[in-house]
Design a protein. Structure first.
Length: 219
């Protein structure tokens, strides 16, 4: 439970800032004034988030940068053709591409989860090269590839079958559900694997997780 709480403390604010708030603002704008105002509301929020971090000289999270880049592309496409279908199709294509990228990285023996893991848990090269940990990163990469593919499939089905106002709310809810399940499975598998491999996970004073080798196995 402490491990899950530590991960959520680091990941939760990033997800809220980069995905939840823009989705809520877009939904409110769509149902109240129309898609154009939903796009503007979401774009204003991400712009303020980026500006606040730059002014405060705070590090930009990778999730915020990716979300902002995706929103800029979507907004540009919408400004060019005014098509709601094209606006919402872009993130679906991005999710599908992300799924393929994750799966390809695992097949190539360089799972992307291994790169992202250090954002949430500090460990040295010895820990990262352990066979059990290498296998863990591969499993989790396939897990997140499947999650992204599921999100893309659900969003495409919704886009083709329901009105825009319904799509925005249900698509965001479906994405959060899939991501939440993936996070819980990821943390559970990571904790079980590290314990079985004789590693120990501890919390630093700053609240960051560390995986340590050569420590006594917990009882």
């Amino acid at each position: 439970m402490k491990v899950l709480q530590a991960v959520l403390r680091r990941l939760g604010p990033q997800l809220v800032e980069a995905t939840l708030v823009p989705s809520v603002l877009c939904y409110l704008g769509v149902v109240t004034f129309g898609l154009l105002w939903g796009v503007i509301a979401a774009a204003c929020w991400t712009g303020l988030s980026i500006g606040r971090r730059l002014i405060g000289r705070r590090q930009l999270s990778g999730l915020l940068v990716l979300a902002t880049a995706g929103l800029l592309v979507r907004s540009g496409l919408y400004a060019l053709n005014g098509s709601a279908f094209v606006y919402f199709l872009q993130p679906i294509a991005r999710s599908a591409a992300t799924a393929l990228l994750f799966a390809a990285s695992a097949l190539a023996g360089r799972p992307l989860v291994a790169r992202f893991a250090r954002d949430f848990c500090a460990f040295d090269a010895e820990v990262g090269d352990r066979p059990a940990i290498v296998a863990l990163f591969a499993r989790l990469t396939y897990l997140w590839a499947g999650g992204q593919a599921l999100i893309a499939g659900v969003h495409l089905a919704l886009l083709l079958t329901v009105p825009v106002g319904v799509f925005v709310g249900t698509a965001a809810g479906a994405a959060w559900l899939v991501i939440s399940v993936c996070v819980v499975v990821t943390v559970g598998d990571a904790v079980r694997t590290t314990r079985n491999d004789g590693l120990r996970t501890v919390l630093s004073r700053g609240g960051r997780l560390q995986a340590l080798a050569g420590a006594p196995r917990p009882s």
